[in-house]
Design a protein around this ligand. Structure first.
Ligand SMILES: [Fe+2]
Length: 657
């Protein structure tokens, strides 16, 4: 998955506890408080539905008081507190921020109705079901506190194994089987309660909080905000998984923030520019210089890939004042953009065909196919289409839109593309403030609203750009890459490293669901290009050469593989081949493959699929055969028994004569 990598235990030595705060007797007390009938590796199930135990009325409608595994909710409690200044935070501040984090998770999962949404795999089958994400952030605290030496043992070893490792999906057709036997919701619920109590104890009692002021990333206390910020990442990614669930499986929680709807009419109207969505002009930016990277002494929490420093020059470019809206994107959809292969990269077209995509994923068809009438899915509600909200799309769709726009304007010499990380820094406010750390930011993050809002709802910044932070993430042309000075964090050595592979696109800026580090000006997360987040894009048009300068170019590593997977500046002195049809050295995902090779690959893929199906059939046959043999054996045993009884009875009868 993910712009977040779930930790994978690799046999590292665990740092010894400097002052064990919770001992094994406490763990035993937990086990005695809750009877974990299902806490054992139960292997696989035939179908994911087999995980549903029934009697799930407690998971329907508004949750009662027992649902809340930490603090109880209160009015407006689904909003987030500002991002923390760790050099000033007291134990009480840490506790308050932790409570806020924990309550956000409990609130989010209160939306799930019944057991089904906990166990039903996502429609794309590329991630674990939500039961994993209900347990995973809790398990993360325990494992990281142990690594940091602030806790000398776990709470429930089996949970701390199965909830530790997430999924980093590979290709869009790399489907997981989703046959895992998961614990009951009740057991995971009880586990969360115990983890909450344990983390509270650590926050209140662990020594060395002062070391955060000076040592920051080197302090054992760094593991505590690491748990907070990791949980906050999963709050957002889980909200996306919930947005992807069938609508009848979710219910908007009572304390969920309000939606800032622009269109409340149930009558369908095609969008009109300037009426239903704003004119979105291109603003000229002169050449400039930016410095990327979080200083090591910065007072808030940062992930490994944010540290280091890289100064980059940007060429003159124009860029849209606002993010591309649903209204903007509708023209692309209605004009057949999803059916025109020439607009898509080879990889993007493969994804669109595989999924049979006709419109952005959160557009809900409202009428027959081809009528192009849509509603909009927010995390928990379907609402009339919000034409002035940012279009939530993946990287492939954003790129196809840019190619369509280039074609529409007939100017292939200066094609449109999405922004680079450096260009995003150029359109930001010239200020040192990290607004996610302030108490009343104008931006739509920290769950100010329960979904996106109009692209020009907030005030423009001093450069005239709207919603540069919050509302919706922005896809970038850059691949995730380490900045010069990058260091692996010992407490989380695989947070970003597996993503230094040239296969993960950078996203920046945060969304309405971004809280804490995610909304920080230093944040630079990543996703595979076919992945969905609450992410949108701007279009930019370079006014000079080179075509593209991305932060991943000539990155010195480390790399996920043996060699640098990144493009070099020479790759982009010309526009990418998929836009112009000319030959250029481009990245794998943008390169138009040789037609012969493309046919060959297609044939191989089809054969692979046929093999997969045949293997599944063989597996089914084997299962059926095993069942038949079992039944046959049982029948034979029964026959033998009957025969034996018959003979015995005959003998007895005979003897009675
Ligand atoms: Fe994770």
């Amino acid at each position: 998955m993910m712009y977040l990598h779930c930790p994978v235990f690799r046999g590292r030595s665990i740092l010894r506890a400097c002052s064990p705060l919770l001992n094994r007797s406490a763990s035993r007390a937990f086990c005695s408080r809750h009877d974990f009938n299902s806490v054992a590796d139960q292997g696989d199930v035939d179908n994911w539905e087999d995980n549903c135990r029934g009697s799930d009325n407690w998971l329907r409608g508004p949750r009662d008081a027992d649902w809340w595994t930490g603090p109880q909710p209160f009015q407006n409690s689904a909003h987030s507190l500002p991002f923390q200044d760790l050099t000033q935070a007291s134990r009480a501040d840490m506790q308050t921020y932790f409570d806020n984090t924990w309550l956000l998770t409990d609130t989010l999962f209160a939306a799930l109705q019944g057991e089904e949404p906990f166990y039903r795999p996502p429609y794309h089958e590329l991630r674990h079901p939500l039961i994993f994400y209900y347990g995973h952030p809790a398990c993360f605290y325990i494992n990281k506190l142990r690594l940091a030496g602030l806790l000398d043992h776990g709470i429930e070893p089996y949970f701390e194994s199965i909830f530790e490792v997430g999924v980093d999906e590979m290709r869009w057709d790399d489907l997981s089987k989703n046959h895992k036997a998961w614990p009951s919701v009740k057991d995971v619920h009880a586990y969360r309660k115990e983890v909450y109590r344990t983390v509270c104890e650590v926050i209140q009692n662990a020594p060395g909080i002062e070391s955060l002021k000076t040592d920051l990333t080197k302090s054992s206390w760094w593991s505590i905000p690491m748990g907070f910020e990791h949980e906050r990442i999963h709050i957002e990614t889980s909200s996306v998984l919930m947005r992807e669930l069938p609508i009848h499986l979710v219910r908007q929680p009572e304390s969920w923030p309000s939606l800032a709807l622009s269109n409340t009419s149930s009558t369908w109207q095609p969008p009109k520019r300037g009426v239903n969505f704003p004119e979105n002009s291109q603003v000229s930016m002169e050449a400039g210089t930016v410095t990327l990277g979080r200083p090591w002494d910065e007072n808030s929490y940062g992930w490994d890939n944010e540290y280091g420093s890289k100064t980059m020059a940007t060429q003159p470019f124009t860029v849209s004042q606002m993010q591309i809206t649903n209204g903007d994107f509708y023209e692309f959809v209605a004009s057949g953009g999803y059916r025109d292969q020439s607009l898509w990269s080879a990889e993007g077209w493969g994804w669109a065909c595989f999924r049979n995509i006709r419109a952005p994923t959160f557009w809900v068809r409202d009428g027959p196919n081809g009528l192009n009438q849509y509603k909009l899915r927010t995390p928990f509600k379907e609402v009339p289409m919000q034409w002035d909200w940012p279009a939530i799309v993946n990287y492939h769709e954003a790129k196809a839109y840019c190619a369509w726009l280039t074609q529409k304007h007939g100017n292939s010499d200066a094609p449109f593309r999405i922004m680079t990380e450096a260009e995003h820094h150029r359109i930001r406010e010239d200020t040192n403030e990290d607004t996610i750390m302030t108490t009343s930011p104008a931006e739509n993050f920290n769950f100010k609203h329960g979904a996106e809002r109009s692209v020009n709802a907030g005030p423009p910044n001093s450069k005239g750009f709207y919603e540069v932070f919050g509302n919706a993430w922005e896809w970038c042309e850059d691949h995730q890459a380490p900045l010069p000075g990058f260091e692996i964090f010992p407490l989380y050595d695989d947070f970003t490293l597996p993503c230094f592979d040239g296969e993960h696109q950078l996203i920046v800026g945060g969304s309405f669901a971004s809280t804490g580090n995610q909304g920080s000006k230093f944040a630079r997360y990543q996703f595979r290009p076919h992945f969905f987040q609450h992410a949108s894009f701007r279009v930019t048009q370079p006014q000079g050469t080179p075509w593209l300068q991305t932060s991943c170019m000539e990155s010195q590593g480390p790399y996920a593989g043996a060699q640098s997977p990144y493009r070099s500046p020479e790759d982009f002195v010309s526009p990418p081949a998929d836009l112009t049809g000319t030959v250029s050295k481009s990245t794998k995902q943008e390169k138009t493959p040789d037609p012969t090779m493309k046919d060959l690959f297609a044939k191989i893929e089809r054969l692979e699929r046929v093999c997969e199906i045949q293997c599944e059939k063989i597996e089914n046959l084997e299962r059926n055969m095993a069942t038949l043999i079992q039944a046959l054996n049982a029948q034979m045993a029964m026959n033998a028994q009957l025969e034996s009884k018959k003979h015995g009875s005959t003998a007895a009868t005979r003897s009675s004569f």
